[in-house]
Design a protein. Sequence first.
Length: 353
Amino acid sequence: MPDNDSDRTEEATPRRKQKAIEEGNVPRSRELSTGITFLIAVLILYFYIPSMVEEFKTDFIRYFSMYNYRINKESAYLLLIEVIKSMAKVTLPLLFVLVFVAILANIVQFGVVFSSKVLELKWDRLNPISGFGRLFSKKSLFELLKSILKISLIGFAAFLIIKSKIPTILTLADADAVSSIHFLGKLIYEVSFKLAIIIMVIALIDFLYQRWQYYEDLKMTKQEVKEEFKQMEGDPLIKQRIRSMQREMARKRMMEEVPKADVVITNPTHYAVAIKYDMAKDRAPKVVAKGQRLIALKIREIASKNNVLIHEDPPLARTLYSSVEIGEEIPENLYKAVAEILAMVYRLKNKAV
């Protein structure tokens, strides 16, 4: 049974976020890219149009003077070619700038993301049934309503701006052509600039919504979080088995140190602690092995087989077992007790020799 959206209460894990990025799924707003590009285009045209008009004017005068202001079949063709060249010279830089701005507007939203998976063919998208379902999905309907609302808002704003200029527009019938063109140019720029601001406000709201929706869609159920944790950290049963093997290996290494010990101090049956002291290397005696019950019994067996002295001292054995880890030196407060036992061991070894 599929998970409901209400079950997705957990924030997305770093792994899930990274996987989404690798698939090219990042929070981006097309509205923001469009708004930035449109606003920059309006600002560029405001400063660029005067020089553009002057360029066209100079070129047209030059073109017509080349043919003594006579238009025939041959000159019309050549004039058309020159006009196309002039328009390309003026407009191509503007187009390149706008393309660069559009790319930059996408990058600033999340950064540069390269994903080959975006280009992969997804057969389910070719399925007309699933395509029909996507067409009438909640997301598609929401996007449709959002577009209708955006167009309505922009259209209403444009109407209000132009409405205030209608009395002036009506007087253009008595104005000369230059004045009319100048006024219409200012009006177009004013309308475009104000609409660009409105579009940017809408785009910023859409961008914030898209980011919120993106992280909402990435949310996980508690079960998904557990499954991912298992995949990352490993199955608990396997981890338990690994820890068991590690303990067994550590125990084996510990038992290999028992024959090298100087003495094994016991409880006598519950605890066993093997002590070794190398006066040339060690600052103090060290615990090389320790254990309880069955492990203590195994330590005593190995010690007996290798002629390592076993000394019963229940209080000392318990203290050493609880306070000193394997490989650590004994604390200063136990120096005297351990030194007396080691002295006895050395005396017995000297007598045996």
